[in-house]
Design a protein around this ligand. Structure first.
Ligand code: ISE
Length: 353
């Protein structure tokens, strides 16, 4: 049965979970925020009181709550497997923030659990797919006028990361994973080999952290992707790409770009505007569209849109290989399990808004 109003519970109310909870409470048509939960009970209660909803102390109680139809998982990656499995067992749609889980084996267990159910309940929060420019570039490439996509250049920079626990591996697993997904999405193809290298690190990285990093993906169909990920750029959230096809290139994200080394005070030489502070600003519209599409899919009964559990697994498999490559400095092959019939195409299409 498809509810006319989807009552959503949010698990984990750190930065992203709070952002989603506020979005659901205020600006998603056909949805209400029903409950939140967080291991930091005070934080959960403070948000619940502010938004006028219930707070659960135990995340699994939120999943079991009869007043919750669907769940957003915005908790840390190491609890995703248990929480997503609980949603599957309860038959509740779940929008799980990236990464789906911490490694390919655990992500594959989720794929297998969902495939055994025979219907798609899991969506992975790869919001770049819903960014109007990303979606438009994918459509333009699919239209074929520019010929095949040959090379993709991705740039992904954060001003800084929250704490010294953000180690080198996390740059691959939590940050680069976005480009893993967007590369699969834009090429409509799988990544078969990954190499992750690092220059001498910035002095702004924590002791022993390799930041920035440069990664190379080889696509199954022969395409190549270059990626720069830099999580202590000191500037802001810069995410953009250039897609080079046989007859022309397409660029997205220029509005989040600053030309560094110039001064607005000095008169000539300045270019661009304000660089967004973080992903919540840069991708605000993409998050709105993503959550709205998720809710619409639940209400209409047409099912999940956006990244599937398979996409989440494929991304985690590339990240797992990427972390191995970062450690060895050598290219690492990515071998995926057999794709269950439930996940028919390489990257599910999304409508261009
Ligand atoms: C964070 O978890 C995100 O998902 C952001 O989009 C990314 O830019 C950041 O590096 C991650 O830590």
């Amino acid at each position: 049965m498809s509810p006319s109003t989807v009552r959503v519970g949010v698990l984990g109310v750190g930065l992203m979970g709070t952002d989603h909870a506020e979005r659901l409470a205020a600006r998603v048509a056909g949805a209400t925020l029903a409950a939140v939960a967080d291991p930091d009970h005070a934080r959960a209660h403070e948000l619940a009181d502010r938004l006028g909803v219930r707070a659960h102390e135990d995340p699994l109680d939120l999943v079991a709550d009869d007043a919750v139809d669907a769940v957003v998982v915005a908790s840390p990656g190491f609890v995703h497997e248990e929480q997503v499995l609980a949603c599957l067992a309860a038959g509740k749609p779940v929008l799980c923030e990236k990464p789906l889980t911490m490694d390919d084996a655990s992500s594959l267990r989720l794929v297998e659990a969902e495939a055994a159910l025979g219907r798609r309940l899991v969506t992975v929060g790869f919001m770049r797919r819903f960014d109007p420019e990303y979606a438009q570039v994918r459509s333009l490439l699919a239209a074929g006028d520019r010929g095949r996509l040959l090379v993709l250049h991705n740039v992904h920079r954060n001003r800084s990361v929250p704490n010294a626990d953000f180690r080198s591996e996390m740059i691959v697993r939590d940050s680069l994973v976005h480009e893993v997904d967007s590369s699969r999405f834009l090429f409509d193809d799988e990544i078969v080999e990954v190499t992750v290298l690092a220059p001498a690190p910035t002095s702004h990285a924590a002791q022993g952290v390799l930041d920035p990093q440069v990664a190379l993906f080889r696509m199954a169909g022969g395409g190549l992707v270059t990626n720069e990920v830099f999580v202590n750029s000191q500037v802001g959230y810069e995410v953009r790409f250039e897609a080079v096809a046989e007859r022309g290139s397409l660029t997205a994200g220029l509005h989040s770009t600053a030309l560094l080394g110039t001064s607005t005070a000095g008169g000539e030489g300045a270019w661009g505007g304000v660089v967004p502070a973080d992903y919540r600003t840069r991708f605000a519209r993409a998050y709105d569209l993503e959550v709205q599409a998720w809710v619409d899919g639940i209400r209409s009964g047409t099912g999940a849109v956006g990244a599937s559990a398979w996409d989440g697994y494929a991304a985690t498999a590339v990240s797992t290989a990427g972390m191995a490559s970062l450690a060895s400095g050598a290219p690492v092959a990515v071998t995926l399990a057999e794709r269950p019939a439930l996940y028919a195409s390489a990257a599910d299409p999304v409508a261009v808004p």
